[in-house]
Design a protein around this ligand. Sequence first.
Ligand code: TEU
Ligand code: CA
Length: 528
Amino acid sequence: LAGELWWKAGVVYQVYPRSFQDTNGDGVGDLRGVTARLDYLAWLGVDALWLSPVCRSPMADYGYDVSDYCDIDPLFGTLADFDALVADAHRRRLRVIMDFVPNHTSEEHSWFRESRSSRDNPKRDWYIWRDAAPDGGPPNNWISNFGGPAWTLDPATGQYYYHAFLREQPDLNWRNPQVRAAMLDVLRFWLDRGVDGFRVDVIWHLMKDEALRDNPVNPDYVPGEPEINSLVQLHSADQPEVMQVIAEMRAVLEEYDARVLIGEIYLPLERLVAYYGVDLSGAHLPFNFQLIQTPWRAEAVARLIAEYEAALPAGGWPNWVLGNHDQPRIAARVGDAQARVAAVLLLTLRGTPTLYYGDEIGLSRVPIPPERVRDPWEHNEPGRGRDPERTPMQWAPGPHAGFSTVEPWLPVDPQAQTRNVECLRDDATSMLTLHRRLIALRRDHPALSIGAYRAVSVSRDVLVYERLHGADVIRVALNFGHEACYTEVPSDSGWEVLLSSAGGRRGEGPQEGCFALAGDEALVLIRR
Ligand code: TEU
Ligand code: CA
């Protein structure tokens, strides 16, 4: 796929490097492990891999706390390993997207060490330092996304610093031009090394209210939800000034050819689409997490698709996400059977799909015994931890599922003996085969990758839509229910099954103008 089309027509695959493949026997995945599995990704048929952070980090938040943006953490390997990964990926026509974490650094970054060393240090203003409130408490009421206060008092200089996440993750001050220049240089550093784009962490957080006003109390807060939701994040995120920052990042990418800017944004639809920017000067793909946040019902999903399509700015390219390293896995949310329907949905909607590693083999919530909890969020707010969706990839039966030769950093799924790539790859009805076929269909039929979207119908359980390109019409019928039913097709043309989520049925035609849909089955049909 040439030019900018690659990120429109292609499928992005998220690799969580700690959990993909360990090659040096320390129980943690590494860059050589990713390289060793590139043949698998090429076989699966994806177009790009997005690597969660691999830069130098004390790992308080597993790499989302960077202490050196221009080096690889020794746990993952070296810059030479990274270069080899990019070269090997490109040889297989796979693109590499890096995770860029610009909102905060690690507290161990040299910039923060300098900044905290004294009130008049030249880097003091690189972070957000404020005096205590008159009562000695924090400067405002903002709360950390991981629970607890978002301000930590630094006794040495007697001021508080702001952190939207852990205290080990101080927020950078993006209002400071030196910070901007230094961070944009980080983008160039990796672009020069050949990366094909960035997924920008919490991009909607970069700018905060200049006066740091208190956030209003959320009247709809339900106790038991994450504490962050007890306030409306009116002043701590999604400020209009952030658009200028994103446009500056985008301008750096425009110095190179065919690179992609993806933004991580958890906001309601109407705000999300603002991140395409004025005249599309913002993110190419503001991550669309709406499928994660919408109830798994045919009508709700139909409404969501319609609203999203309607909200997109002219020329803005859509995208869809079912899961990532922060969210319960799709199979855990909707069940194993419906996860197949979800795969068909993700890979046939209009827009770039992002597939989370392991979802293609049907990985679900892996139980984590208390003594093996790794995510700090779980310690702050029990039940919120993200370890169950970050467990090792399952490659083969046998010890540690072929991920490592030693006990991995997180437990392996108890079902790994049968749920693994080796066992599923030649099984015509497996989840893995389903994914591979869907991805192949997208390649074979431009209607599926770049075609237009047309809603057809929705009933209580069945959602039907079409994808159109030139004279080609592909119709998708998804049964969100567990009961068998039928889906009608217009009788003026010949229709046949391209794919069933259950396997088989290829080439089958309608009977009396209908295709039977088993419970939890999705069909992809083509008009001949
Ligand atoms: O996540 C940002 C973020 O908002 C999530 O923590 C979200 O609030 C939560 O998972 C529930 O929806 C990004 C990274 O993806 C995450 O892994 C990091 O921990 C976080 O930023 C801080 O860098
Ligand atoms: Ca390792």
